[in-house]
Design a protein around this ligand. Structure first.
Ligand SMILES: [Zn+2]
Ligand SMILES: [Zn+2]
Length: 82
């Protein structure tokens, strides 16, 4: 997973990745497909070589083919510094 800093396009080094997943119940749909909708994802701190810090959330994708839930984007948010 290579992420770029949206400000300077430098490579982001991810630090302190922690899974916040809890209480996720995988289920089978009417067609018998296995779904896992973990909206908690993984949160990490991304730092580029220019010291821009980003809060990064990566959502796990659902293993079912063509599941609409997979369209959910990752969140990338700049951490304001003084
Ligand atoms: Zn940067
Ligand atoms: Zn699904």
């Amino acid at each position: 997973m290579a992420m770029k800093c949206p400000t300077c396009n430098g490579d982001l080094e991810l630090k302190g990745a922690t899974s916040t997943a809890m209480g996720v119940t995988p289920f089978f749909d009417n067609g018998g497909k296995y779904h896992s909708h973990d909206s908690n994802g993984v949160k990490a701190l991304g730092v580029c070589w220019n010291n821009h810090e980003w809060s990064v959330s990566t959502f796990f994708s659902c293993p079912a083919d063509k599941c609409d839930w997979n369209k959910k984007p990752s969140i990338l948010k700049l951490i304001e510094k003084d």
